[in-house]
Design a protein. Structure first.
Length: 793
């Protein structure tokens, strides 16, 4: 088969469920699935599925497509979805309101659409986690959201237009081209995200002229990243990051100066339906919830049920101590709780802060009074949703346990941490892979809860599952069971009970938009966990019973992990006939902090040897079908750092290698990256708070260089494919350009260099991703791997 056709088949079958919710009423559960179709475009396509569960009737599914194209942020309140978009020129805002009540006159329909009159009220709309950057107060008819603050107006030195400006506007000479810091990779459009308020009427038929900024004391010196409404909608909990003295990259880097703040009694300032511009500067002094010695993220309000629901609540948030020894990417983090109470003077703290979930140096391997066996901590970030279980004091989220993403339920009062195990209808089958929670709702017919779960494995791209937990009374070993009800697996919501048959039939019914060829490809892939940490994928059938080559796909981070989910790159390699090894070297998360932290001070050494040794162990164990003389390595970011180290430390071991946006010289990187503190922490064991002191010593520069791939560049003989995104902020293009020029200058000619315009740290545009992966398999094929087939007519 033409290699390009094979790639198109895999793209055509790859649907990814990215988010969703459950909406419950007396006789139905309506579920919304947001599906990304990567076949022809990267535009987000969405659809509704309504599952009706009627008394004495079989379950039925009704579908309604909804054109949610590139919504920046959205939230669900009662029977409505509020979708917020950037304005036409990427400033201002547009709001769409959809009805999700199937019994209304306009079920699953757009009922209102508004656009701000002024397109200069703020910059791009900020989004970090669904439902954490947009809130709706139906009680006060207000929409609150986070967007980039309006920049101060500047004036050119020789301004021709002498029209008088509004006296309140700040106009200064000489600042038109002034440098402005931002929050790094992924958040490069944002320097000062703030809260904005938009007035809507109770029938959604009208809206205020324009949003206004909701400022408070100190808001000019911090950026707002998360917010949540308090139960009576009179206060806000916000997570902020300090703007000064300098900004560092926020994405996937926890150690940033941050606070959890309480804004109480905001209703006193924005109570009426016609917000006046003079009310935007609120005379509110925030109450600081977090302490000065911790880094924090993702504050969430947990309400009480019953008569105290409007006067009591708890705030949970992720926390990491500033006193910990060194700056690294990620680690297990604490979950902290602060109870609040509504007094005559507004919302106040009720008692001291409590730690609900601790850090864990090693996985729990014995019976524990509050935690299930195998638990090694929480790794919550903007990708891991926290869902509140209605009418309980439980929350559900996901975490890493070894090479798996699992669901956990946490009781915020007792601090019990339980593993949620999925139970399929077919008791002889199991789904081994990764689970994430999309939403949870309570049944109004019985004392049980419905969960919308998304499952993925190396051979199942994405599967949305409706499951039921009968009650939240865990077993003695801290396990809760979620029993399968049905599967909502495809963009058109075809109903299908999972695992009733063997995989090929299952795949046909659940991926009805895929071709039979894609199903055939998936059914010919097998996978296993090697030594409890690493993942090995391989084809089931080998042509002519020949030994097959192996590709080592090294994850980045380094404080990240390869988990047992679907990855289109790995599927492509295996479908071509390669075995694929995903090693979780020392430094990876999900195996206890001791496993992660042992990399500190040894970066560029032990993890490189780990990857090499893991590969050799796999080859030795499977010597009957893996060709030990046909090995390839592939990695991006820190995975590229390890890849380039491997070809320098073991110059004759690999047939070919590929690095994309890889770190080549940590000594030159720290001056241009958005996360210089990470390299200093990993290699130099530095714990300096870099936002306070951005200097470094000559000894540190020397150590950074000596532990970088560029120090071994003269050893390289392996054919190298290098690739960059030209707009990468995390590992700037200069890293690879420097490495490439040195290679060429010393006579290393077996190198090819690709650059993709307007791409950042991840190659996301479909044209570029396709070109890159076809280049990779072609490069490997030309250097001892499986030759690609191009059948031009």
């Amino acid at each position: 088969m033409d290699t390009r056709s094979l790639w198109n088949i895999i793209l055509g079958g790859h649907w990814k469920c990215t988010s969703g919710f459950l909406h419950s009423s007396d006789y139905e559960i309506a579920s919304y699935l947001k599906i990304t179709n990567q076949t022809r475009t990267t535009t987000k396509l969405c659809s509704f599925s309504m599952i009706q569960k009627l008394v004495n009737e079989e379950n039925t599914v009704v579908n309604s497509a909804c054109p949610f194209i590139n919504a920046n942020s959205w939230t669900i309140v009662d029977d409505y979805i509020f979708l917020l978009f950037d304005g036409d020129d990427k400033s201002g805002a547009k709001l769409d309101i959809w009805n999700i009540n199937s019994y209304s006159n306009k079920p699953f329909g757009l009922i209102s659409s508004f656009e701000s009159i002024s397109q200069t009220i703020h910059g791009p709309i900020f989004s970090i986690m669904n439902n954490k950057t947009i809130k709706v107060s139906l009680k006060h008819n207000l929409l609150l959201y986070i967007a980039e603050s309006q920049k101060a107006k500047v004036k050119e030195w020789f301004c021709i237009n002498k029209e008088e400006s509004n006296k309140e506007e700040i106009i200064e000479y000489g600042r038109k081209f002034e440098f402005s810091e931002h929050w790094g990779e992924h958040y490069y459009k944002f320097s000062h995200p703030s809260i904005f308020v938009w007035n809507i009427d109770d029938k959604f038929s009208g809206i205020g002229e324009q949003p206004i900024a909701l400022n408070f004391k100190g808001s000019d010196t911090c950026s707002v990243f998360y917010m949540d409404l308090l139960p009576d909608e009179t206060g806000l909990i916000i997570t902020t990051v300090e703007n000064n003295p300098i900004k560092l990259g926020y994405c996937f880097c926890f150690r940033r100066p941050s606070k959890i703040l309480l804004l109480s009694d905001i209703d006193k300032y924005i109570l009426n339906n016609n917000i006046k511009s003079e009310l935007c500067n609120l005379n509110i002094t925030p109450i600081t919830i977090s302490s000065d010695d911790e880094f924090v993220r993702a504050a969430t309000v947990i309400p009480y049920s019953g008569k105290d629901s409007n006067i009591r609540c708890s705030i949970i948030y992720y926390s990491y101590s500033m006193l910990n020894n060194v700056s690294v990417h990620w680690f297990s983090i604490k979950l902290c709780i602060q109870d609040l109470y509504k007094s005559d003077k507004g919302w106040i703290c009720n008692g001291p802060k409590r730690v609900c979930v601790e850090n864990y140096s090693d996985p729990i391997n014995t019976i524990h009074p509050k935690v299930f066996q195998g638990f090694c901590g929480l790794f919550g970030d903007e990708l891991n949703t926290i869902k509140i279980v209605p009418d309980t004091r439980w929350i559900i989220t996901s975490t890493i346990q070894g090479p798996f993403t699992i669901l956990v339920a946490i009781n915020v009062d007792t601090c019990e941490v339980c593993k949620i195990e999925f139970v399929p209808k077919n008791k002889n089958c199991s789904l081994i892979g990764c689970y994430n929670i999309l939403d949870v709702t309570k049944s109004k017919k019985s004392n049980s809860w419905y969960l919308l779960i998304v499952f993925s494995s190396p051979i199942i791209p994405s599967l949305a599952i409706l499951a039921e937990i009968k009650d939240f009374n865990p077993t003695s070993n801290h396990i809760l069971y979620a029993n399968e009800i049905k599967t909502i697996s495809s963009p058109v919501g075809i109903e299908q009970n999972i695992l009733d048959t063997e995989f090929p039939k299952f795949a046909k019914s659940n991926f009805n938009n895929c071709s039979d060829k894609f199903i055939e490809l998936l059914s010919n892939i097998s996978y296993e966990i090697f030594e409890d940490k690493h993942i090995l994928m391989k084809p089931k059938l080998f042509e002519n019973l020949q030994k097959i080559p192996i590709v080592v796909n090294v994850h980045g981070g380094p404080n990240s992990v390869s988990v047992c989910n679907f990855a289109i790159t790995n599927c492509f390699f295996v479908s071509l006939g390669y075995a694929v090894l995903l090693p979780n070297y020392r430094g990876s998360i999900g195996f206890g902090d001791n496993y992660s932290n042992c990399l500190i001070g040894s970066a560029g050494n032990i993890e490189v040897k780990d990857v090499h040794d893991i590969m050799e162990s796999v080859i030795l164990k499977y010597k009957d079908f893996i060709d030990s003389k046909c090995c390839f390595v592939f990695g991006g970011s820190y995975g590229g750092f390890i890849t380039l180290h491997l070809v320098g430390m073991y110059p004759n071991r690999f047939n070919a290698a590929c690095s994309i946006n890889g770190v080549t010289n940590a000594a030159t990187k720290i001056g241009v990256t958005d996360i210089p503190d990470i390299s200093l922490g990993l290699i130099c064991e530095s714990n300096v708070q870099f936002w306070k002191n951005a200097s470094y010593t000559s000894d540190q520069i020397k150590r950074l260089y000596e532990n970088s791939p560029i120090a071994r560049i003269s050893n390289v003989t392996t054919p190298l494919l290098l690739a960059i995104g030209t707009d990468d902020i995390r590992v700037p293009p200069s890293q690879t350009i420097e490495y490439y020029k040195i290679l060429k200058s010393i006579g290393k000619t077996k190198v090819k260099f690709l650059q993709y315009p307007s791409e950042h740290h991840s190659i996301s545009k479909l044209e570029h991703l396709t070109d890159f992966l076809l280049n990779v398999v072609d490069w490997f094929g030309r250097n001892g791997g499986i030759p690609i087939k191009i059948e031009d007519k």
